[in-house]
Design a binder for this molecule. Structure first.
Ligand SMILES: NC(=O)c1ccc[n+]([C@@H]2O[C@H](COP(=O)([O-])OP(=O)(O)OC[C@H]3O[C@@H](n4cnc5c(N)ncnc54)[C@H](OP(=O)(O)O)[C@@H]3O)[C@@H](O)[C@H]2O)c1
Ligand code: SF4
Ligand code: SF4
Length: 378
């Protein structure tokens, strides 16, 4: 295993962390975790040198923290830094901070949490939390020892990210980063900014939730096949992330022994700045090829927003593109029908035409939204 210094803190962390959001389940139910298998995977990873385990209050229908608590019995707790996240969207008043942290300590059955994150911050949430007194709460929880290090995970634009980085004495942050999302949300600019301020940077979704590891389109696989140093698509994608010296560790949500072993083997070899020129070129070609597979040339500039009917136009287009780029119709349909607010879906378009006047790409947004709904609607 390779270890990297955790920002300005005086310890090192394995470059691969175990993400507990995609554990093996039974009967297709997220909350029905296959306990023996999940515990076996987490302990096997720790036995092979992983020393960071990441969970959160809502994962697996609120059961992930309980499972992680069980996995860390029998001497495993002392071998890892345990990370979990406060469900900040449930916090309405100051006393809720204590309520959720204390409940999480109970669910995990631990005395303290090493890495405590505010979960999924964006510009609206940080404003609300600041009004309620979030920094006072973090100071107190650090002082009384219930948490050892404070951080946040993030989903919004890079300017909001920088503002949050500068607002508190964080030890770390967690951002989405992979070779297709280099300039998305915090992105490379945010990664470099946080690292320059001494924060450890934890990466989530390094395989885009698995999309970059499975069924690459034939055209993409053909590019991988040209490389002298052969690697699996998962190995390419993870090594690309680890090649960045600003990355402290990445989390992968592994759900089989093969995935755990493969990712640990990759982690032991993928040092910062270790890509040779040929590997950089392969990744550049792979990125370009994925982009060629885009069906709708939406650049997510958001000039078309707000839509008076509430349609999130770029999000709908991005999901539609994923069907063709990542061979993932089922995943895109699932997100469209279950995760997007019905008002934001393509089907809410009332065809007023306002967005088309604003779109610098001159997209026929109304017609395209109809295609999106025909493809992704139930
Ligand atoms: N704070 C937040 O807002 C937030 C958001 C997202 C994630 N996270 C955290 O970050 C962690 C990592 O994100 P993620 O789970 O999306 O990571 P990821 O590595 O992008 O995706 C994990 C998925 O990739 C596939 N995979 C992993 N290793 C593989 C391999 N060697 N070969 C083939 N496929 C492989 C598996 O897919 P299959 O299941 O299809 O096999 C696995 O479920 C999460 O588990 C969670 O702890 C936090
Ligand atoms: S045409 Fe549809 S998507 Fe565009 S602004 Fe009007 S309602 Fe919104
Ligand atoms: S204005 Fe056009 S390119 Fe920009 S987000 Fe909207 S649809 Fe996409």
């Amino acid at each position: 295993m390779q270890y990297r210094k955790f920002g300005k803190c005086d310890f090192e962390i394995s470059s691969l962390g175990f993400g507990c959001m995609r554990l093996p389940i039974l009967n297709g139910k997220s909350g029905d975790i296959d306990e023996p298998q999940a515990i076996g995977l987490i302990r096997h990873a720790i036995d092979r040198g992983v020393n960071y385990v990441d969970t959160a209050y809502p994962y697996h229908d609120y059961q992930s923290e309980v499972l992680v608590g069980k996995a860390l019995k029998d001497g495993y707790r002392e071998k890892v830094k345990l990370a979990t996240k406060m469900p900040v969207w449930l916090v309405k008043e100051y006393s809720d901070f204590d309520k959720y942290l204390n409940e999480q300590l109970k669910k995990l059955d631990v005395e303290y949490i090493d890495m405590y994150l505010l979960h999924a911050l964006d510009k609206n949430r940080i404003d609300e939390l600041e009004k309620i007194g979030i920094y006072k709460f973090l100071d107190e929880a650090l002082k009384d020892g219930r948490i050892k290090y404070a951080g946040f995970s993030f989903h919004d634009d890079v300017n909001t990210f920088k503002r949050i980085v500068d607002a508190y004495n964080w030890s770390f942050c967690q951002i989405q980063y992979n070779f297709m999302d280099e300039n998305y949300q915090a992105g490379k600019e945010g990664l470099e900014y946080a690292a320059s301020k001494g924060l450890a940077v934890v990466i989530m979704e390094p395989l885009k939730g698995g999309k970059l590891a499975k069924n690459p389109p034939n055209e993409v696989q053909a590019i991988y096949n040209t490389a002298v140093n052969k690697k699996s698509p998962a190995n390419w994608a993870l090594s690309w992330v680890w090649n960045h010296p600003e990355v402290t560790l990445l989390l992968s949500g592994m759900n089989s022994m093969e995935q755990v072993d493969e990712n640990i083997d990759t982690a032991s070899k993928a040092l910062p700045n270790s890509f040779i020129t040929e590997e950089v070129e392969v990744m550049d070609k792979v990125k370009a090829k994925y982009k060629e597979l885009l069906k709708i040339g939406c650049t997510a500039c958001e000039y078309c927003l707000p839509c008076p009917a509430g349609v999130n136009i770029p999000h709908n287009f991005s999901l539609y593109n994923e069907v063709y780029m990542y061979n993932d119709l089922a995943g895109a349909k699932g997100t469209y029908n279950h995760w997007i607010d019905p008002k934001s879906r393509a089907s809410s378009c009332v065809e007023c035409g306002k967005c088309e006047k604003a779109c610098p790409q001159h997209l026929s947004i109304r017609a395209l939204l109809k295609d999106v709904h025909t493809t992704l609607g139930q």
